[in-house]
Design a protein around this ligand. Structure first.
Ligand code: DAH
Length: 345
């Protein structure tokens, strides 16, 4: 080994490094020059047979070659990755439609609430919300249901573990949205066309009851309001929500906060009102309604000799389930959070 043959080898190695055009080629060259049995190892081993003077000079050149190889390989690697990036941009087809990220949709109960709001909107009803935890006074007393009244048992109320107010009594998770009647009247802004849609709670759970559910409460207070207005509004709702061929009927009932009171039924969508397995007698029960009781008007600060009103309070989920086509056979599905169920709406 002499210096001139070494510098020849150095030039050849430089040329060879230029041919590295793939990761595999770079790796091959690395093994060939720097590997355990590589060229540089062999040259270094040969140093032993040289004189001290030659060792110095040849050693220096070997080191230069080693550095040359290392920078050459690093350079080739870098060039390759820049090239790769440029190539992959060229592959990018701008006209190819993108992949849409999966996004969810509104819960079926929210959809129902929005639909109900839209039906009542043209009649001038405005959606409001009143407390979902409220005093017993607003949920019962002011609605003409005193503490001793047996009707209070029917509500199966959740009571809040909090100090009792001497005037307002205990706090409850509102068992219905009728507390909104009093609170809306107490705003002192007449006439009223309210749609209070809020969450309610009752200690019940079965095929047609969830312990937490929504109700929508309508309240109209104005001069000269009578039963025909109530009938007209509810008929309008039934036809626009369920379909033009559906009929409603009023059945006398007793609610403490309305007088007279009614249960409102709708003709069955399956049999058209003649009677079938679902409805039995041709009618399905929607919910309660009636003319606001004078005591309730007084509790709301409204003069019953000047004003009258009607009210209705129905379950959102219940009303929605009765739409033909929804085929919801158990109200508890609505709170189940099972995507297989929810994705159908
Ligand atoms: N609050 C009653 C309930 O939850 C429903 C109801 C009946 C509301 C008659 C009304 C009404 O506004 O007039 O069972």
């Amino acid at each position: 080994m002499d210096l001139s043959s070494l510098s020849l080898a150095k030039n050849e190695i430089k040329e060879e490094l230029k041919t590295a055009d793939s990761l595999a080629a770079i790796e091959n060259l690395r093994v060939k020059f720097l590997g355990k049995n590589g060229v540089l190892k062999r040259l270094t081993a040969e140093l032993a047979s040289l004189s001290v003077e030659d060792k110095k000079q040849v050693g220096l050149v070997i080191n230069e070659i080693k550095q040359e190889v290392e920078t050459g390989l690093a350079l080739a690697t870098e060039q390759l990755s820049t090239q790769h990036k440029a190539d992959s941009l060229e592959d990018f087809v701008k006209t190819l439609p993108g992949k849409k990220p999966e996004i969810g949709h509104l819960h079926v109960t929210t959809q129902a609430i929005r639909e109900i709001v839209e039906v009542f909107k043209p009649l001038g009803f405005t959606r409001v919300r009143h407390p979902e935890i409220d005093w017993e006074y607003y949920a019962f007393e002011a609605l003409n249901i005193p503490a001793t009244h047996p009707a209070r048992d029917e509500w199966e109320t959740f009571f809040i573990d909090a100090p009792v107010d001497p005037k307002m009594s205990r706090q409850v998770i509102t068992p219905h949205t009728s507390n909104g009647q009093i609170r809306e009247m107490l705003k002192g802004d007449l006439p009223i066309r309210m749609l209070n849609i809020s969450r309610c709670g009752r200690r019940q759970s079965d095929i047609s009851h969830n312990p937490t559910f929504f109700q929508f409460e309508g309240l109209v207070v104005d001069k000269g309001i009578n039963i025909s207005h109530l009938k007209g509004v509810l008929n309008y709702f039934a036809k626009n929500f369920y379909g033009p061929d559906r009929q409603i009927r009023l059945r006398p009932y007793d609610f403490r906060f309305t007088e007279p009171s009614f249960e409102i039924d709708i003709s069955c969508g399956i049999c058209g009102g003649v009677g079938c397995k679902l409805c039995k007698g041709g009618w399905l029960e929607l919910g309660g309604a009636g003319m606001v009781h004078p005591n309730v008007l007084i509790a709301g600060g409204v003069d019953p000799t000047q004003y009258s009103g009607f009210a209705f309070g129905w379950g959102v989920e219940r009303v929605y389930m009765m739409k033909s086509g929804t085929r919801i056979d158990d109200i508890r599905h609505l709170l189940g959070n099972d995507l297989k169920f929810l994705e159908q709406f």
